[in-house]
Design a protein around this ligand. Structure first.
Ligand code: IMP
Ligand code: MG
Length: 182
């Protein structure tokens, strides 16, 4: 898409309050435990960075890189791992940090794969969820906000690798859609 139009959807202030609420809940639920946060690259890097600053429990972090979207806005449905975690997770409490849940295939794949290493628990924390687009049965245990079926960018989330730096979250419309609106 050339010249995508960005429409403000979630402000910096709202993101910050969503992130703080999630961090408070996670800190309560995992009190007395040592948590390993596994951040899905690249989209969740900013969310992870903000979230951990508000956690009041000991945490370790690690990263996986999963590819499900080649480029653009269509999912292939196939997930592959291009960078694995390096931290042993056997017997540990693990929390996956994801930017946005769409079909659910990425999370389903990662949860199944991590389970092979026999962690004590694996839960999911996602900032956004497009529940209407789910193709497999999976839910985030901690969710920032449910959104409509729109394509979003900003706060780590990309469109063809662009817009990750924006501090707010926008939904993308095409120049044609903008013309129709008048
Ligand atoms: P799923 O496997 O279909 O649930 O896709 C999840 C992944 O697709 C997320 O980690 C994002 O990287 C990407 N994704 C889903 N929706 C959007 C969007 O609106 N903008 C950008 N990336 C998205
Ligand atoms: Mg992602």
């Amino acid at each position: 898409m050339d010249n995508p139009h960005l429409n403000l959807m979630i402000s910096e202030e709202e993101i910050s309050s969503l992130v703080k609420k999630l961090a408070e809940q996670i800190s309560l639920d995992y009190e007395g435990k040592e948590l390993i946060l596994i951040c899905i690259l690249k989209g969740a890097f900013m969310f992870l960075a903000d979230l951990i600053r508000h956690l009041r429990i000991p945490v370790k972090i690690d990263f996986v890189r999963l590819a499900s979207y080649g480029s653009g806005m269509k999912s292939s449905g196939l997930v592959e791992i291009t960078k694995d975690i390096e931290t042993p997770i056997e017997g540990k409490d693990v929390l996956i940090i994801e930017d946005i849940v769409d079909s659910g295939r990425t999370l389903q794949f990662l949860k199944e794969r991590l389970a092979l290493s026999k962690p004590r628990s694996v839960k999911v924390c996602a900032l956004l969820d497009k529940k209407a687009r789910r193709e497999v049965t999976i839910e985030a245990d901690y969710l920032g906000k449910e959104i409509e079926d729109v394509f979003v960018v900003g706060y780590g989330i990309d469109f063809d690798e662009g817009y990750r730096n924006l501090p707010e979250i926008f939904y993308v419309t095409s120049p044609e859609q903008e013309k129709e609106k008048g």
